[in-house]
Ligand binder design. Structure first.
Ligand code: GLN
Length: 342
């Protein structure tokens, strides 16, 4: 009887491990690596960082926001949150930088949670773009922003978050703190002031949208956008944000307070189509993963149902995306066959 039980157990184990039906049981994409843990480790990340760090020389640190221009161009960091929620960091792991446009995915999550996707997207499109992040000419023609990843749509998105004064910004800050489980995160007052003093193009978009009846209220709403862009993070924080959206808005430690597959699907689809601005199409071809960049030099990547990736290197390419950051992501993606289109 005992032997019978043992062999039954063996048989069922064999079936569990090798039966292709498991692919549908667990609803996973069973491409080469997804059936087992990726096992990305510190050495892998270090090797990739070393191979790609010189790419920063092909980029330039953003200085159209004067405060950003102070960042040292050769700083670099690379982080991954593995499938089990474990964090791996290499490079300048304590280096803080401003989150910039990566904050747009957090703002979108909050606005859609409060107002509903239909309402939010009645004021803007789901379009991809062939234009840079600060393009706004379409506000004169169609009257609506192309998507919530470019500045116009992002300024509008933040203006839709409920609350007077800086409450919408505080909600974004608190959400970043929650996702990263890092309560020390705050915004840089000097970057905020620098953005506010020089962000005339963003101010122009704000007033065009006000003119078009899309925004109500005064410039405090625009200031919330400037503040959210000035939130300071590390590459590790970005990897945790990537993991969060890759896992239906479940945190790296398993906390499921905000679990919402609809929202994570929406955010990741926007990241894929417009998260890297006019480079998004080519990026889909080479990297093939939902990603969001910021002019502070960060990129956050979600590998759906698997890992989160965060990179930092402040020198940007001509599209405003981190040059070395892109190459580190591409190297990792090739090594582990992580593209969605593998
Ligand atoms: N704060 C920046 C701006 O509004 C954000 C742009 C970005 O990161 N692409 O210009």
């Amino acid at each position: 009887m005992k032997r019978y039980t043992f062999s039954t157990l063996l048989l069922s184990l064999t079936l569990t491990c090798f039966n292709p039906i498991n692919q549908t049981v667990y609803g996973q994409n069973m491409s080469k690596n997804s059936s087992r843990s990726l096992q990305i480790n510190e050495k892998t990340l270090n090797d990739i960082l070393e191979r790609n760090k010189a790419f920063y020389k092909e980029g330039k640190v953003a200085d159209y926001i004067p405060e950003l221009g102070k960042m040292q161009a050769d700083k670099i960091a690379f982080s991954v949150v593995n499938e089990n929620g474990k964090v791996i960091n290499v490079g300048d792991i304590n280096q803080k930088f401003t989150i910039q446009s990566i904050s747009k995915i957090i703002a979108l999550m909050i606005a859609v949670t409060e107002k509903g996707e239909k309402n939010v997207f009645s004021k803007m499109g789901y379009f991809g773009t062939d234009k840079p992040f600060n393009h706004y000419a379409n506000l004169e023609t169609t009257g609506k922003p192309l998507n919530p990843m470019m500045n116009a749509g992002a300024i509008l998105t933040t203006s839709m978050i409920d609350g007077e004064g800086e409450i919408p910004f505080k909600k974004i800050l608190e959400m970043v703190r929650y996702i990263t489980k890092n309560n020390s995160i705050d915004y840089s007052k000097s970057v905020y002031n620098s953005e506010k003093e020089t962000g005339h193009k963003n101010r122009g978009m704000f007033y065009l949208m006000k003119n078009n009846g899309l925004i109500e209220g005064d410039e405090e709403k625009l200031n919330n956008y400037f503040k959210q862009c000035s939130i300071e993070v590390t590459a590790e924080d970005l990897a945790k944000i990537g993991y969060f959206f890759a896992h239906q808005c479940t945190r790296f430690d398993g906390d499921a307070t905000y679990k919402n597959p609809e929202i994570s699907q929406l955010i990741q689809s926007q990241m894929l189509t417009a998260g890297m601005y006019e480079f998004s199409g080519k990026y889909s071809r080479t990297v093939g993963l939902p990603s969001k960049s910021g002019v502070g030099g960060g990129i956050t990547v979600s590998v759906p149902n698997k890992i989160g990736i965060g990179v930092f290197s402040p020198a940007l390419d001509e599209h405003g995306n981190s040059a070395a950051g892109y190459h580190m992501i591409l190297d990792l993606v090739k090594q582990y066959n992580l593209s969605l289109f593998q």
